[in-house]
Design a protein around this ligand. Structure first.
Ligand SMILES: *[C@@H]1O[C@H](CO)[C@@H](O)[C@H](O)[C@H]1NC(C)=O
Ligand SMILES: *[C@@H]1O[C@H](CO)[C@@H](O)[C@H](O)[C@H]1NC(C)=O
Ligand SMILES: *[C@@H]1O[C@H](CO)[C@@H](O)[C@H](O)[C@H]1NC(C)=O
Ligand SMILES: *[C@@H]1O[C@H](CO)[C@@H](O)[C@H](O)[C@H]1NC(C)=O
Ligand SMILES: [Zn+2]
Length: 747
């Protein structure tokens, strides 16, 4: 499942506002005291009102506000009752395919809460982290957390770009002159001793920003399966759409904003453009890529330089060491480099012939313009720079960046605020083991599967590893492991510090981290001890998502999704099994989809099934796809469309299995309760609803929606079935569902 979160601040439904009210969670009901506190009475009145609207028969409704020793009045129960009373239309027949949605949730989704609960939760989780970063939420609890102030500072500076243009421009100029010598066009001086174009190119290669390509050379790392090597390609050789007027404009603005006294040398602009042009000429058609050891590359380069009578030759080891200096990657004579050798030589020759003034001007210009674009409004209205800006609200861009960069540290703070490690983890571990057992039972009882295939699948389910909320290294290693992960990050904790400089430091740490990670991945020869988290250089732990990775047979549940209304430790079992439980059942179901089934417990692809089982599986899948393909999806009252079931089938398989097995696990949960001498909690007004019914109703409530035309249309293009199909089809195909609601069986 990849329930992509779309970041928007929407109207929070009343329900979630209620859940977030801290005064509610602090006080618990005193069960058995036969008195209800005010907040409980208040909630019950609301429940009764909604029940009346939803047509709950009077005899079931009238007792709602009176104390009943069988009924649960804890907050988790009242919230659950509120959720159902907001959604269900009790006058509608749940058995009919056409009316199930009307029964279970039309009332709720016809209002402002028209998207499904997972999408809603994604928005809520973004508001949570935004409030945490803004210091509105958890200010006291989190203030001493590792890197917390740094994350807040980065987010604050990023979204308040252009707060102090004058200071920022000055700081950028100061930084450039300190590190790279004089910027000739602005100072009227030669670049000086400090200037080295290759050092500057190396540093520019530590910047990653939307639409940005470094000048002259671009360094990149290998893809996962390519083996360790460094890729050197020709970088940006022209200014693209930036013309002499733009340059003039740029320098005038910088000059004015930084209040420089020395007049700027506008005559050097032509020289900059001329330089770009000649660089472009020699690199316009790239020579074939060669694969050389660093030693070989150096020898070939020396040879080339000697033939051209250029001295000294270019020192590649130094260059690559500079680029990778803050990573653990060791650059040696054996390091492999892939590059268009001949073109690179032509570029080096061109640089040798160029005026250092022009070279210093263009390199300073590129570095300055990317920092100023990021931190000031100086270039915002210049068309030439517009195509290198991300679209979308600045707050969203900054939030996403902060979440990514501070993924583990900020994620840890998020977990502190939202996840009950001591109680929720054991509950979810138990939930997961019940679901796994459900899969094993279903496999054992399957009628068409050969024993060898059954054994293969059961073994795979048993060895599946689950990560809950955070990676093991972080859970076990704690703050020390976090410090190690962020060892080389030099982020500022002072909101008044210079943003462009902080951006540069944080950004280059990120680039280093990505490179080190790519290098590691490319060296990997097996996936032993490999964890879900190793497949990303960073991971924000508060994401609203759960995933299955077939290549390593692992499940991950991020902390964002372990929240109400999908999971609540204090809620009755049907809420958690129908909610998060079916999500986890869905994820495990992916190990059984058309692709997932071809991987073994170690993630190695192959055909492990016997031919007969495989043929029967195919039949089952085609039958399922046919049923999903029959569904008619209304975009408007008079406009309908069907989906391509072969596109959604893998997720449909996971849905069908997730609900089926989630239900079996819930029944096991009920048995375990009973064995313990306990029973499932009863919701006010819902005494006549068996917990099994509420399981299915919760499941449907999680996915149903009432979207507008555009969103409905987009959903039809996704590789998941639309929400309402997810809320309906797995139930209509289920005998247990029909039995539970006393509906006539469908075949
Ligand atoms: C419940 O369903 C009935 C029958 O479709 C409908 O007439 C009624 O308006 C619905 N009630 C609510 C509150 O939506
Ligand atoms: C940051 O700047 C503001 C406004 O200039 C000032 O009030 C505040 O004291 C400064 N904070 C620090 C930590 O220097
Ligand atoms: C995997 O982890 C175990 C225990 O931590 C260790 O002994 C083993 O060497 C590791 N294997 C690989 C391939 O890293
Ligand atoms: C749908 O079609 C019916 C019958 O042709 C028509 O009365 C109705 O206005 C149409 N609805 C919309 C929204 O176009
Ligand atoms: Zn899925």
């Amino acid at each position: 499942m990849k329930e992509k979160l779309r970041v928007l601040v929407g109207l929070l439904p009343i329900l979630l506002l209620l859940l977030a009210d801290p005064t509610f969670s602090r006080r618990h009901s005193r069960r058995g005291t036969e008195t209800l506190e005010e907040w409980q009475r208040h909630a019950l009145e609301k429940i009764e009102l909604l029940a009346r609207e939803g047509g709950l028969p009077e005899e079931e409704r009238k007792g709602i506000t009176k104390f009943d020793k069988d009924v649960c009045y804890e907050k988790g129960c009242l919230d659950a009752a509120l959720e159902f009373m907001t959604s269900v239309n009790f006058t509608v027949d749940p058995c009919k395919k056409e009316t199930w949605m009307n029964f279970v949730c039309s009332r709720r989704v016809k209002g402002p809460d028209n998207i499904n609960q997972v999408e809603r939760l994604a928005k809520v989780a973004d508001v949570q982290i935004q409030e945490i970063l803004d210091g509105v939420l958890g200010a006291k609890e989190l203030k001493d957390d590792f890197l917390f102030k740094e994350a807040q500072t980065y987010y604050h500076q990023c979204k308040n770009k252009a707060d102090n243009d004058k200071e920022d421009v000055k700081n950028v100029l100061k930084f450039l002159s300190k590190c790279y010598g004089n910027w000739p066009i602005l100072t009227g001086e030669d670049p000086g001793e400090l200037f080295s174009w290759s050092n500057m190119v190396a540093d520019i290669n530590n910047i990653e920003r939307y639409g940005f390509t470094p000048l002259i050379f671009k360094i990149s790392m290998p893809n996962e399966f390519e083996g360790p090597h460094i890729v050197l390609s020709i970088g940006q050789t022209s200014f693209g759409t930036i013309n002499s007027n733009d340059l003039k404009n740029f320098f005038q603005r910088v000059h004015k904003t930084a209040q420089l006294t020395e007049p700027y040398r506008h005559e050097q602009i032509e020289q900059m453009l001329y330089f770009q042009n000649s660089l472009n000429q020699v690199s316009i058609s790239e020579s074939p890529v060669e694969d050389l050891s660093l030693e070989k590359l150096q020898a070939k380069t020396d040879e080339f330089f000697a033939a051209e009578n250029i001295e000294p030759s270019f020192n590649w080891v130094e260059f690559f060491q500079k680029v990778l200096s803050r990573t653990d990657i060791k650059v040696t004579q054996e390091t492999k480099i892939k590059l268009p050798f001949q073109t690179v030589m032509n570029v080096l020759m061109q640089l040798d012939m160029s005026d250092p003034i022009a070279l210093a001007n263009v390199l300073n210009f590129q570095l300055a313009s990317v920092l100023l674009q990021e931190s000031t409004s100086l270039l915002d209205d210049m068309n030439a720079f517009k195509c290198t800006e991300e679209t979308g609200p600045r707050e969203t861009i900054c939030l996403e960046r902060t979440k990514q960069i501070f993924g583990y540290s900020l994620g840890k703070s998020f977990i502190k605020m939202t996840f009950n490690e001591a109680e929720s983890r054991p509950f979810i571990e138990d939930l997961m083991s019940k679901i796994k057992q459900g899969y094993i039972d279903v496999i054992s009882e399957n009628e068409w599967m050969a024993d060898t295939t059954k054994d293969f699948l059961k073994d795979k389910i048993k060895s599946m590893v689950t990560h809950i909320a955070q990676p093991n290294w972080l859970k076990e290693g704690g703050i020390e492991s976090l410090k190690k992960f962020y060892e080389k990050l030099e982020a500022s904790a002072d909101k008044n510090s210079s943003y462009p400089i902080n951006f540069l430091k944080v950004n280059s740490w990120m680039v280093d981290k990505k490179r080190a990670y790519a290098w590691d991945m490319s060296k990997r020869t097996d996936y032993k001890n490999y964890s879900f988290y190793d497949s990303e250089w960073s991971r924000y732990l508060g994401t609203v998502q759960a995933q299955y990775h077939k290549g390593i047979n692992q499940v991950r549940i991020d902390a964002g999704i372990i929240q109400s209304p999908l999971f609540n430790l204090k809620a009755p079992g049907f809420m958690n099994y129908g909610g998060l439980g079916t999500v986890l059942g869905h994820e495990i179901g992916h190990s059984f989809d058309q692709q997932g089934r071809t991987f073994d417990k170690n993630g190695i692809e192959g055909e492990y099934w016997d031919p007969k089982s495989k043929a029967e599986y195919r039949k089952w899948v085609l039958d399922l796809a046919w049923k999903y393909g029959e569904e008619v999806h209304y975009i408007t009252e008079n406009l309908s469309n069907s989906i391509d079931p072969m596109k959604t089938i893998d997720d449909d398989i996971a849905d069908v299995l997730g609900v089926h097995i989630g239900f079996l696990s819930y029944k096991e949960y009920l048995k375990a309760l009973e064995a313990d001498g306990k029973r499932e909690k009863i919701l006010p007004g819902m005494k006549s609803f068996a917990p099994q019914k509420l399981f299915y109703m919760k499941y449907a409530n999680m996915w149903c929606d009432d979207k507008d035309i555009q969103d409905k249309y987009n959903d039809l293009l996704s590789d998941h079935s639309p929400g309402n199909t997810r809320a309906t089809m797995p139930l209509l195909l289920s005998n247990e569902f029909a039995e539970t609601f006393g509906c006539p069986k469908r075949s």
